[in-house]
Design a protein around this ligand. Structure first.
Ligand SMILES: Cc1ncc(COP(=O)(O)O)c(C=O)c1O
Length: 444
């Protein structure tokens, strides 16, 4: 079956050279601007963004008019309505509409209201947040857990608190923004190693320990890299860290709960549950709510992060509804139903992967995880395809610079347990048709 893509009808009509600029120019040229007036010096950026919006080349800030289910209605700022299979949301186990989750949310709202007393340091905990910490500690086999208001805050706050000037941080080159920003803000010396390359980690550590045996070294990686759908050899990496007296941090935002026979994510798959020094994660992919956590075997590190991790002391705690939803999601993750849902999302991702590959598209990564990135390559084709896909009735997000390199634009398809075969097949048809059409248009 071939999907028919309706002709693009932009409100403004052809923009001439400005349209070429909107399609082709690099967003990063606006990243550093100068000038004395902060209220006007980004006007050129805004003009470029508006051109992109008018030319159907702007994939950001769309709104969902429906709940986060397998089919959704999404509306762009220029009024383009996309109604169809939803591969742009993060609800890997399809828990956001689950009756037990909604009941837990309502109960927490009735019992504790919509807000906590303040930051975790100042009365932000409730019995539900304590139960969630205990549940996470058990699931990750790591005794000490601290909750954060977002996944981003957990990575940033933990690194920012623990690491100091003269310490060393070694990050995978493709580490998430929260980890990179935490590293920069900490004042420690920061180095990046080649993506997934444990030999490179060993070389960096050899260099650091040749001159410095007195300061801490934190090696930072992720369980699954969601832009690439790949995973490090975690057990080997942990061994290398131990050899050099370094500590390991793994961000399990995308794999914890959604992967592994028992939901322990890549730490379970690599048989190192409970051994990693610092595990940070987000609830927003698998646990049906926003929020994040740190899990560590170190009581003192946890207490220190609770006192000095910015969002622990100076930002209001994750709300009772969030903690109740995450807690109820964890119960499902740990149950036979969780295992069924993990198998279902893996089947959806596999069907998507295989179908796209059969049509000649390049699917990135080598692990079957809920994220299926479809490589486009050049940014102009990605932007053009994104506009066509939105009009063809598929919710799928383009990822381009600054999230990935300018020659590595891609669509990050995110599978959910409840996606049907028909959803997957429609998505494959639309991607195939629209990406081909975009390639023809940009080749002209
Ligand atoms: C690896 C990683 N860490 C942290 C986060 C942030 O999580 P949240 O969006 O829940 O703050 C994300 C999500 O974008 C992520 O991919």
């Amino acid at each position: 079956m071939t999907t028919t893509v309706p002709a693009t009808t932009t409100a403004a009509g052809p923009l001439g050279d400005r349209e070429t600029d909107a399609r082709e120019k690099d967003i990063m040229r606006f990243r550093v601007v100068s000038g004395p007036d902060l209220t006007t010096r980004n006007d050129a950026y805004l003009a470029w963004q508006l051109d992109r919006q008018q030319a159907d080349l702007w994939p950001y800030f769309r709104r969902y008019d429906t709940a986060l289910t397998t089919r959704a209605t999404v509306v762009s700022d220029t009024g383009v309505i996309t109604e169809g299979p939803n591969f742009g949301g993060q609800d890997y186990l399809s828990l956001t509409g689950h009756p037990a989750i909604l009941d837990a949310a309502h109960q927490a709202l009735r019992d504790y209201g919509p807000l906590t007393a303040g930051s975790p340091a100042l009365g932000g905990a409730t019995p539900v947040s304590r139960a969630l910490e205990a549940g996470l500690a058990e699931a990750l086999r790591t005794e000490h857990v601290a909750l954060f208001p977002t996944g981003w805050a957990s990575g940033f706050g933990t690194i920012r608190a623990l690491m100091h000037r003269r310490d060393h941080i070694l990050l995978d080159k493709l580490s998430h923004d929260s980890l990179r920003q935490g590293a920069t803000a900490s004042g420690a010396s920061v180095e990046f190693f080649r993506h997934l390359d444990n030999d490179a980690v060993r070389r960096h550590l050899t260099g650091i320990r040749a001159t410095d045996t007195t300061h801490a070294v934190l090696v930072v990686t992720e369980g699954v890299f969601s832009m690439d759908s790949d995973t490090p050899q975690l057990a080997e990496l942990l061994g290398i860290c131990r050899e050099f007296g370094a500590q390991l941090m793994v961000d399990v935002a995308h794999d914890f709960g959604a992967m592994g026979e028992f939901g322990g994510g890549q730490l379970e798959v690599h048989d190192i549950l409970g051994e990693v020094d610092f595990v940070v994660g987000a609830f927003s992919k698998t646990f049906a709510t926003t929020g994040g956590f740190l899990a560590t075997p170190s009581a003192s590190a946890r207490e220190y992060v609770r006192m000095f991790g910015g969002p622990q002391t100076f930002s209001s705690a994750i709300t009772p509804v969030q903690t109740a939803v995450a807690h109820a999601s964890l119960s499902i993750v740990n149950s036979p139903e969780g295992a069924r849902r993990r198998a279902a999302v893996a089947a959806v991702a596999t069907r998507l992967r295989e179908g796209l590959t059969a049509r000649g598209m390049e699917v990135m990564g080598d692990v079957v995880c809920p994220v299926v990135p479809v490589l486009i390559g050049d940014t102009p084709t990605g932007r053009t395809a994104s506009g066509l896909i939105a009009r063809a009735g598929l919710v799928a997000h383009l990822v381009e610079q600054p999230a990935v390199a300018s020659d590595a634009a891609r669509f990050r398809m995110q599978a959910m347990a409840d996606h049907s075969n028909a959803d997957v097949d429609t998505a494959i048809d639309i991607l195939d048709t629209c990406i081909r059409k975009a390639r023809q248009q940009t080749a002209r």
